[in-house]
Design a protein around this ligand. Structure first.
Ligand SMILES: NC(=O)CC[C@H](N)C(=O)O
Length: 224
C-alpha cells in the first residue's frame, strides 16, 4: 500500500503524517507542491496541516491552485483515497472535493490543545477502526477551524451519514459541532483535529487514539 504525502511551502505536519503511515506499514513517498504527478500506484494522498503559502489569501486557497492540485483532483476523481488534516481539510474544501468552508474560529483566537471527539460515522475506510459514539482525543491547532455549510448541505451530510467526527465540546463555533466530513463516495476525509499527532509516542504525545485510525486505513488499503 502506497501513501503519498504532499508538502507545500509552510506545511508543518507532513513528516508527522508520513511517520503515522510508515508506522502502520505503508510505503510513503513525499510529494512536492510543484510536482505535477503522483507516484504510480498511489493508494492514498495525504494533505497535511500547516500554513501552506503562509495562509494567504485564505487558508488553503493558493494550495488548491498549486501544480500538484490537478493530480490530486484526478486521483480523487478515480475514486482514490484522500486524507486532509487541518490545513489539508481547508485545502480540500478550497478544491471543492469536500463541501463547506473553514472560517475564523468563533473566538477569533488560535486554539492549540487536545480535544475530545465523538466518532459519528464508522462507515468509511478512515473510521472503520472505531465504534459509533466512541470518544477519541486528538490535538487541534488552528485559527480557521470554524466549519460552515448551508442548511441544505448540512441536511445532506446528516442524511448520508457523512459527518465522521464531532467535537464533544465545540471549540471553534463549527456548525453542528462538526470536526470532520466525508465525501459522497466516502473516500475523501477532511478533519481539523490531528490523528497523526495522537500515535502514543512516548513522552511526546498524550493520546494514542490515532493508531486505530491509521491501522484501519492501512488495513483497508491492503484489502483493496
Ligand atoms: N495546524 C494547521 O494545519 C493550521 C491550519 C490553518 N492554517 C489554521 O491555522 O487555521
Amino acid at each position: 500500500m502506497k501513501a503519498a504525502v504532499i508538502t507545500f511551502p509552510g506545511s508543518n505536519c507532513d513528516r508527522d503524517l508520513a511517520c503515522a503511515f510508515a508506522e502502520m506499514g505503508a510505503e510513503v513517498t513525499r510529494v512536492w507542491h510543484k510536482d505535477d504527478a503522483l507516484p504510480a500506484g498511489t493508494d492514498i494522498v495525504a494533505v497535511p496541516g500547516g500554513f501552506s503559502y503562509g495562509d494567504y489569501l485564505r487558508c488553503g486557497a493558493i494550495a488548491a491552485r498549486s501544480p500538484v492540485a490537478a493530480a490530486l483532483r484526478a486521483h480523487a476523481a478515480r475514486g482514490g483515497l484522500v486524507l486532509g488534516v487541518c490545513n489539508g481539510f481547508q485545502i480540500l474544501t478550497e478544491l471543492g472535493l469536500l463541501p463547506g468552508a473553514l472560517m475564523r474560529n468563533a473566538a477569533l483566537r488560535y486554539i492549540c490543545r487536545p480535544e475530545r471527539l465523538i466518532v459519528a460515522s464508522t462507515d468509511s475506510p478512515f473510521t472503520a477502526g472505531y465504534a459509533l459514539g466512541d470518544a477519541v482525543t486528538f490535538p487541534i491547532a488552528h485559527h480557521d477551524g470554524n466549519y460552515v455549510i448551508d442548511a441544505e448541505g448540512l441536511a445532506r451530510l446528516k442524511a448520508e451519514g457523512r459527518i465522521a467526527f464531532r467535537y464533544a465540546t465545540n471549540p471553534n463555533g463549527s456548525v453542528d459541532d462538526i470536526a470532520g466530513v466525508l465525501s459522497e463516495n466516502r473516500r475523501v476525509l477532511g478533519m481539523m483535529p490531528h490523528p497523526e499527532r495522537a500515535m502514543g509516542m512516548t513522552g511526546a504525545q498524550e493520546s494514542a487514539d490515532g493508531s486505530a485510525f491509521f491501522r484501519a486505513l492501512c488495513a483497508a488499503m491492503t484489502a483493496a
